[in-house]
Design a protein around this ligand. Structure first.
Ligand code: GDP
Length: 533
């Protein structure tokens, strides 16, 4: 397999192959610089020839499958979901999180498939809404985070203020790796605390030190007030912040911080180095009956995302599977634990942005795309036969609840099929009230509704619109006392729906009513998330 070529040549070659995988995502608020940084990272790792465009794999992998040709002939464009590239004997899998500001379930689920995240922060803005939301999702799984404070080439907030804000708002400890010397027009470079040296904006070492005080002997540096301020603030930061500790980082409680500029390529190589040196190997995956250790020999994986190509004539879909253990090889038969069905995986694929190639072999941490016609849904676990269910890939209680209106009543059947397909893909959730025949959809963000109506119209030829319902809150309901659950369902008959798996959901007019129900029925659990299987 071409993927392992670089790994074989490195000192890491004796390690089990999965130990060379680093699977991560970049999280940020829109405009913080995620796209620019992605391109720079790929360029720094040699995966693309120059920053500015994610062009292709340029020698990362040599064989181009006929998938590409098919894709071109059919004019399908699959948005870049995974970028796999080599760096320093490692295979890095960078998973793209959707860029729009509407927080979507897709983004959340993508974060269930990574072992680490890079959090990009605009130095002029600090923590923004979307950063906070995405960070909270990472925290649910204690994903280790590397913080990259971007745009030091511009005037921004003072480094100590930024650190203070991040620590305060995220309740996350930080520890500096690179410290900026000035910013904006006064940017002079940075102090690299790992390599113990001072580096120019162009990446050239200017001075080295054993103890940081040694730099006070360097006349050229000491003469520059910008440098002296940087040194002083660094001393304060060091006194205030914990030292780096790998275990605490891997536990998700301590984040190394780098200051840089994606646009100018400043500190990007160091970011890659930090990820390479400290980034975690594939982590055990929470599952029932027991967590899956990546070193287990049997193959397991789970679907975290399903993407249909937007070609109306071909309804095939790609399920993105994160491998959790074992060595997968092409042609293997895997069991879909949810449906109980076996499938021969004959055309698994690796991705690099829009390019893909057949995946001959893959290990824990790798992302494999499996084309299918609806047999695989988000949250499905694949195994060599064992009954294991990966956990932690929930549905979110929808925040927008709408009744679907069909203009052409002859098309009820097609609409039902469309909604069912798209709910399996995770585009929407579908509910049926126990009284009445309405189709109700629930989504987390407004954009999801737009995607839904456009896809139902384009791919199924069914024009639909949405109508407001008098509901703002949805909660799955559970109880250890089945009689109590029945009593609640009877009392609230008009406001009870079932999700696509038949699980009961309470629809409330607003948060006040939801709270009231909670108080009146203390033996019932009202859940804002529900596991998908
Ligand atoms: P995304 O929305 O997070 O993907 O952000 P982009 O990568 O598209 O960047 C948003 C804007 O910020 C673009 O105009 C970039 O050129 C600019 N930008 C990104 N990184 C830097 C940086 O380091 N310095 C400056 N001055 N601008 C940057």
């Amino acid at each position: 397999m071409t993927l392992s070529t670089a790994a074989e040549a490195s000192p890491r070659s004796n390690a089990e192959p999965f130990r060379t995988r680093r699977t991560f995502a970049i999280i940020s608020h829109p405009d913080a610089g995620k796209t620019t940084l992605t391109e720079r990272l790929l360029a720094a790792a040699g995966a693309i020839q120059s920053a500015g465009a994610v062009r292709g794999k340029a020698g990362v992998r040599s064989t181009r499958s006929d998938w590409m040709e098919m894709e071109q002939q059919r004019g399908i464009s699959i948005t870049s979901s995974v970028m796999t590239f080599e760096y320093d004997g490692l295979t890095l899998n960078l998973l793209d999180t959707p860029g729009h500001s509407d927080f979507s379930e897709d983004t959340y689920r993508t974060l269930t498939a990574v072992d680490a995240a890079i959090m990009v922060i605009d130095s002029a803005k600090g923590i923004e809404a979307q950063t906070l939301k995405l960070f909270e999702v990472c925290r649910l799984r204690d994903i280790p985070i590397i913080t990259f404070i971007n745009k030091v080439d511009r005037e921004g907030l003072a480094p100590l203020d930024l650190i203070d804000e991040i620590q305060g708002k995220l309740a996350l400890d930080l520890t500096p790796v690179l410290w900026p010397i000035g910013q904006g027009v006064d940017f002079r470079g940075y102090i690299d605390l790992l390599e113990k040296r001072v580096v120019s904006p162009q990446g050239k070492p200017i001075a080295e030190y054993e103890a940081i005080e040694d730099l006070l002997d360097n006349a050229a540096l000491v003469d520059d007030p910008v440098f002296m301020i940087a040194l002083e603030t660094l001393e304060m930061a060091k006194a205030m912040l914990p030292a780096f500790d790998l275990e605490t980082f891997h536990a998700g409680h301590l984040s190394p911080v780098l200051f840089g500029s994606a646009l100018k390529g400043i500190s990007v190589a160091e970011l890659l180095r930090t990820l390479g040196e400290w980034g975690p190997e594939p982590r055990p995956q929470p599952a029932i009956p027991a967590p899956i250790d990546p070193s287990e020999k049997k193959v397991t994986g789970f679907v975290f995302k399903v993407q249909a190509n937007m070609d109306a004539n071909h309804r095939d879909r790609i399920a993105f599977v994160r491998l959790c253990s074992g060595t997968f090889s092409r042609g293997m038969r895997l069991k879909n634990v949810r449906s109980g069905k076996d499938m021969a995986v004959s055309n698994p694929m690796f991705f690099f942005g829009n390019d893909r190639e057949l995946a001959e072999q893959a290990v824990a941490g790798d992302i494999v795309g499996i084309p299918n016609h609806g047999t695989l849904s988000v949250g499905d676990t694949l195994t060599e036969g064992a009954i294991i269910n990966v956990t932690g890939i929930p549905n979110f209680a929808p925040e927008i609840i709408r009744r679907v209106r069909l203009t052409d009543h002859m098309k009820t059947k097609q609409m039902a099929k469309a909604l069912s397909d798209l709910s399996e893909e995770g585009v929407t959730q579908v509910f049926r009230r126990i009284v009445g025949a309405d189709w109700i959809v629930g989504v987390v963000g407004q954009l999801q509704l737009e995607v839904l109506s456009s896809r139902v119209a384009k791919e199924y030829g069914v024009p639909i619109t949405f109508e407001s319902l008098n509901y703002e809150v949805a909660r799955w309901i559970e109880s250890d006392d089945p009689k109590e659950l029945d009593r609640f369902i009877t009392a609230q008959k008009m406001n009870i729906a079932e999700d696509r798996n038949g699980a009961p959901v309470f629809l409330a007019q607003n948060a006040w009513w939801a709270d009231r129900a909670k108080q009146d029925f203390p033996k019932i659990r009202f859940l804002a998330t529900k596991e998908r299987h």
